[in-house]
Design a protein around this ligand. Sequence first.
Ligand code: SF4
Length: 339
Amino acid sequence: MNFHRFSDAEFLAERGAAQSALHNEAAAVTREHFGRAVFVRGVVEVSNHCRENCHYCGMRRDNRSLDRYRATHDQLAELIIHHRPVSLTDVNIQTGEDPVAVREIVLPLIRTLRCETPLGVSVCLGTLNEALYDELLAAGASLYIIKFELADAARYAEFEAPGTLAERLRHIRLLAARGWRISSGFIAGLPGQSADDLVANLRLMGELPLDGCSVSPFIPGEATPLTRATTGDLDTTLNCMAALRLLRPELVIPAVSALNLTGADDGYRRGLQAGANLCTINLTPSEMRDNYLLYKRQRFIMNEERVLAAIAAEGLEVSRVGLTDHWRAAPALAEAMAG
Ligand code: SF4
């Protein structure tokens, strides 16, 4: 990875023609590696119980105003097996950090989906133990989504992000070594974050054995210590995404729904213009969705119609190949790094 071009933070401030050139270059590199195809994945948010206390998240354990829920296996299995959008090739099973839900709902659900559907399975379940990681992999999941959020260990601790930064990075590496594909990510625009901090995030990303990475704009969450903080800047976030694509052309980079929560209606589409190649359709039943409080109760829900419209509007197309099959053709990065 040639980091030199992005080692000073000037690219983050590009706007106007210079920014368009950066994004066009990132989009061209995306087309070179992936053609016009965009992966489309569904997400189900299984549980909003969380034992962690991240300052940037409304599901933190100190938020006593939240109604906590756990979905049932049968409810989600029925939904995904019989009522999923036809465009999906993959599904992401997501929870707060809730090992009870992992054991009682997520593991059986993965086994059911592997028997009943051809879907690739991703999970985003927080920091767990190695035995549970192995069980999830054996059950048939193949991608673990585990964000490092920010590269500064002291500030990571201040925000009460999960465990310590060193521990989080150790888990990313051990998951990769145990055979998982890994997607990580960081937040752009956290209070007090400098441009150099964002460059440090990109540098750390480059040192990790990743197959995917996201950049999420900071959205001040309801009922969090950061509720009065300023929303992350969309343009800076998009410039980070473009740099990510140019640094690591092979990564799967999601367009996150929070791009449309920064005050601009076209944030999501601009993500697709700046190097993103994965869209996520939210499948969580609506009666639970409002309590999956990553940011605010009024979430911007990417349903099937919105996702397909954004892909079509950018002249792109839905990938017929899922993430799992895409990666089956390429050696895992951890294997390649090992030699
Ligand atoms: S970001 Fe994840 S781990 Fe942190 S409080 Fe929210 S759900 Fe829990």
